[in-house]
Design a protein around this ligand. Structure first.
Ligand code: UDP
Length: 235
């Protein structure tokens, strides 16, 4: 395996499958299965899931509610998704721990870095819920931050496109695919990989990012094995 410890970022929206809202059970089980396969190879797996399938902070503002309140609602949405993934993994016999950036002791452990690392060393899949625990951030930032904290080898951003293009491939047939790209080029070309805070954290800490299609069965394993799948962003 090329990577020994990974941080997998999944968006909340991806969990919807073909639905408009919420969690699609088939998609959830598919992701759990993919994660199980790489964990079985001895790879230490940490996961951050978004909450966009349930609630985003900006939605609160749109309807005249308080933004910060909305962000906390979004963070709680990520806990719901994390609990669903935890349950799906457990159904497949995978040992997991859910650590939350907001204390909710009845349902999960608090986020403590040393504890997270210990769980990983013991082969448990660690899910980080509630993002960074702070409003005005995103789960992409949480993924970068936690990955740096636990000294992950790479951030794997699982999406529904196969990597980074010069333009949106769903809209522009002439979009060019990049299999490798530098942080600097992503920045200079104004490409959309992660939000700037998340991206800068990776760049400043020399943490590679791979953007790949998570919906293609077996892809996660291929990426972790070092196969040329998706787009690798490095120094
Ligand atoms: N959020 C936050 N701080 C964080 C992570 C998330 O305030 O550290 C809130 C924010 O409102 C965000 C929502 O939680 O819109 C859901 O996360 P995100 O939009 O990143 O989910 P995704 O787009 O990956 O589904």
């Amino acid at each position: 395996m090329k990577y020994k410890r990974i941080l997998l970022k999944l968006s909340g929206e991806a969990l919807m499958g073909d639905q408009q809202y919420g969690i699609d059970s088939e998609r959830l089980m598919q992701y759990a299965q993919e994660i199980k396969e790489v964990a079985a190879l001895g790879v230490e797996v940490a996961v951050v899931i978004g909450g966009g399938n349930i609630f985003r902070g900006v939605q609160a503002e749109e309807v005249g509610l308080d933004r910060v309140q909305g962000d906390y609602m979004g963070m709680l949405a990520t806990v719901i998704n994390s609990m669903a993934l935890q349950s799906a993994l457990e159904k497949l016999g995978v040992y997991t721990r859910l650590l939350s950036g907001i204390n909710i002791q009845q349902v999960c452990e608090p986020y403590i870095r040393r504890r997270a690392v210990r769980h990983l060393e013991k082969g448990r899949v660690v899910i980080f819920g509630a993002g960074t625990g702070n409003p005005y951030f995103t789960t992409d930032s949480a993924a970068s931050l936690r990955a740096i904290e636990i000294e992950a080898d790479v951030v794997l951003k699982g999406t529904r496109v196969d990597g980074i293009y010069s333009a949106d491939p769903e809209k522009d047939p002439n979009a060019i695919f990049y299999s490798d790209i530098s942080f600097r080029d992503v920045f200079e070309k104004g490409l959309n990989v992660m939000d700037m805070t998340a991206f800068t954290l990776c760049k400043e800490n020399d943490l590679p990012i791979i953007v790949f299609d998570m919906n293609k069965p077996g892809n996660l394993k291929r990426v972790v094995s070092g196969d040329k799948v998706g787009t690798l962003v490095t120094m």
